[in-house]
Design a protein around this ligand. Structure first.
Ligand code: CA
Length: 640
């Protein structure tokens, strides 16, 4: 057996290393081979080598040689002898008309200099932190996930964070950060775009600059602005890995927000500089389609774009041990591509996305990764704006309230979300705000949430939509909202900072707002300790009880029964030890009214675990059956 293993290893070593189709740099100390794929009609490609990541003159210019590929495109290669580690490089593609497109690091740069203008020759193994080989993705099933969406700068930039590496990847390696996340109980952080993006100038990091980062430049390199030194190509890679490693050690997954649907611009994009007009969709009249709302949309249905997305996601999983992906505007990508990505990634890598676009796309909606098509994408989840807006109010007006603001008629949308978007005999789709189909085949295909980085955060929305709200009411409604989210059979998701009653001072779209708007104020943990206390107990309650995350549509239909409610009153029972729960029947009720309401439960003796804005899994006393009071603007959870 041992001999066979050694033999297999030897054979594997002798066979050529499988280079990914789009690899553009293969380093050894003896020589580095560069390669780039262009359209078949390109006339030439110049490779330029530099000592610096920006500025300076090339130290070497090489005319690359090409071979026509089976698909009609050309692959250009050049091998440069000697140890090139530390050099930077660009490609410059000569069009069929003889014109040079302009320098680009290529579409597959894995390391870059400052601002991502030039790619870098490095040995990726030099970037691995100590113990990296032993790092593994934490084993957490989709049904057990509790997602926490965060921006590096929001999280740690304020002095009150107490963190050393403010606004950096390394903040997430600090005990203060790790302990907070563990205390809260979330088990996956979803980081806003952390690939190299354009809108923060990495040469001016000493000045306050802020952006969410939805403007991709280099898809396969970490953003330099979150590193301690964007000039040194290895630093951002190493620090990103340190972040992943620290979170994994704490049992927390890392999910990447990916924005393959558009690039920062067209003409200056690496796509366009490499293969003009291949990667972008056009309208019939030749103009660029703009389904992203950002001036362009990529063409996922084209073979090389599809392959690019698959290989890019795989690369993040293999090289950075990423646990999942949130696809920005998934509704711009075609269904077949999303399914191909699902198939290519390991099963435990969680995939979800925005099931909408930001404008009309150049291919029909029934081919796109829209929310209504999620049933055609098994193993891929979408955000439920149904539940979100049923709770807080519609997307088209910050001053409009819904369930939380005592607007009746939103009960069915809440029920839809509680059932995880799957078909349920007691959910009447005709009364659900947006969806007229049960788009989720499984509850793990629905993301349950009330707020995210987009739009107002929860506190601001409550204030904007409910006039005359007192602080006491604000907190009650905030806790009520998250209790709906955390007792949904979907996958719960929360915006970072909600646990400390975050406010963005009423700013609706804070994508480039200053730190004073976007930062978390960690002092709020002391100001409103009851919020963090409630959130952490709520999440712990969910995690401890399989009934709240059955993970299977049939189980949901079998064990989740809605009870008669009323205006702004929704109630349900998770019955008969749902999911093997140690509790027999769990009654849950949400009352958004300003006075108490009652629900009716069978005779018996019940332990109260949540009432009036307090939670204790071990119980806060017992009550009898019959008419049970649900206090104003709060959730009630009891069990027998
Ligand atoms: Ca950047």
């Amino acid at each position: 057996m041992k001999n066979i293993t050694i033999l297999a290893l030897l054979v594997a070593m002798l066979l050529p290393v499988k280079v990914m189709a789009m690899d553009e740099m293969a380093y050894t100390p003896q020589a580095t081979t560069f390669s780039v794929v262009t359209l078949g009609n390109a006339k030439g490609v110049s490779l330029r080598l530099y000592n610096e990541g920006q500025g300076g003159a090339p130290v070497q210019v090489v005319a690359m040689k090409s071979k026509r590929m089976k698909d009609g495109n050309r692959r250009w290669t050049a091998t440069v002898k000697g140890d090139q580690k530390g050099k930077f490089y660009t490609f410059d593609v000569q069009n069929r008309d003889g014109r040079y497109q302009g320098e680009t690091p290529g579409i597959w740069a894995k390391a870059v200099g400052v601002n991502g203008r030039r790619a870098a020759v490095i040995d990726l193994r030099d970037t691995d932190p100590q113990g990296w080989a032993a790092d593994v993705r934490p084993a957490i099933a989709a049904r057990d996930l509790v997602l926490y969406e965060m921006h590096h700068r929001d999280f740690s930039i304020d002095p009150s964070s107490g963190m050393q590496y403010k606004g950096k990847y390394l903040a997430l390696t600090e005990p203060r950060a790790i302990e907070h996340l563990k205390a809260l109980g979330v088990n996956a952080v979803h980081i806003l775009p952390s690939f190299d993006y354009a809108s923060v100038d990495e040469t001016r990091l000493g000045e306050p600059q802020y952006n969410w980062g939805y403007d991709p430049v280099n898809y396969n390199v970490p953003e330099g602005g979150y590193s301690t030194n964007p000039y040194r190509p290895d630093v951002r890679i190493n620090e990103f890995k340190q972040m992943v490693q620290a979170l994994h050690r704490a049992g927390i997954k890392v999910i990447l927000d990916v924005v393959y649907n558009h690039t920062f611009n067209i003409d200056g994009s690496n796509f366009q500089l490499t293969m003009p007009d291949y990667f972008f969709r056009k309208n019939a009249d030749g103009s660029y389609s703009n389904g992203s709302g950002c001036g362009n949309e990529t063409a996922s249905e084209r073979p090389l774009m599809r392959q690019y997305m698959i290989e890019s996601a795989l690369y993040w999983v293999n090289e950075y041990h990423i646990d999942g992906f949130r696809f920005d505007l998934m509704g711009v990508h075609d269904i077949a591509t999303m399914n191909a990505i699902r198939k290519a990634l390991p099963d435990d890598v969680f995939i979800y996305g925005e099931g909408w676009s930001a404008g009309g796309c150049a291919i029909p909606n029934d081919k796109l990764g829209m929310k209504s098509n999620v049933a055609q994408m098994p193993g891929i989840a979408a955000f439920s704006d149904d539940m979100r807006d049923g709770l807080r109010g519609p997307w088209d007006g910050d001053d409009k309230a819904a369930f939380l603001g005592r607007v009746k008629g939103n009960e069915e949308s809440i029920k839809f979300g509680l059932a995880g978007g799957v078909a349920h005999p007691q959910v009447d789709l005709k009364k659900v705000n947006y969806s007229d189909v049960n788009w989720a085949l499984q509850p793990t295909q629905m993301i349950a949430y009330v707020s995210c980085h987009d739009d107002m955060c929860l506190v601001d929305r409550l204030k904007a939509s409910i006039p005359g709200l007192t602080t006491d009411e604000l907190i009650r409604l905030d806790l009520l909202a998250q209790t709906v989210v955390m007792t949904s059979q979907g996958v719960p998701f929360m915006l970072s900072g909600e646990e400390m009653l975050r406010t963005k001072r009423g700013v609706h779209n804070s994508y480039n707002s200053p730190d004073s708007i976007n930062h978390l104020d960690w002092n709020n943990l002391k100001r409103y300790p009851q919020v963090m206390d409630y959130y952490s107990r709520l999440i712990a309650l969910r995690k401890a009880h399989p009934a709240f995350h059955l993970g299977d549509a049939q189980q949901v239909r079998e064990h989740l029964e809605f009870l008669p409610g009323g205006d702004c009153l929704v109630a349900f029972v998770l019955k008969n030890h749902a999911g093997g729960d140690k509790w027999n029947n769990i009654y849950v009720a949400f009352n958004a009214n300003r006075d108490s309401r009652t629900i009716t439960v069978p005779a018996g003796k019940y332990t109260v675990v949540c009432s009036g804005g307090m939670i204790d899994e071990n119980g806060m006393g017992t009550i009898g059956g019959g008419n049970v009071t649900v206090p104003a603007q709060s959730a009630l959870i009891i069990h027998d």
